[in-house]
Write a new protein. Structure first.
Length: 82
């Protein structure tokens, strides 16, 4: 399933500008874009964003979340470091 930025923001309970900021700050894996350049979110993106929101609720800083997510993208070899 696909979602617009507004739909995804509503699902997460955040402002669309928050999602744009996360994208700009490199917290998201590459987000698909439509032919018109509009972000197209998928279910996998929702799961990724839920992780970000959970980490934020722990009080983790965005720079630390970014580092954690980059380790996650490297796979299981980084589990101990995470």
């Amino acid at each position: 399933m696909t979602y617009t930025i507004s739909e995804m923001a509503r699902l997460l309970g955040v402002a669309p500008s928050t999602l744009r900021y996360y994208d700009k700050e490199g917290l998201l894996p590459p987000i698909e874009r439509s032919a018109g350049g509009i972000r197209v979110f998928r279910d996998k993106d929702y799961e990724w964003l839920r992780i970000i929101e959970c980490l934020k609720q722990t009080g983790m800083q965005l720079r630390d979340i970014r580092a954690y997510l980059q380790l996650t993208l490297q796979g299981d070899k980084t589990i101990s470091e995470r």
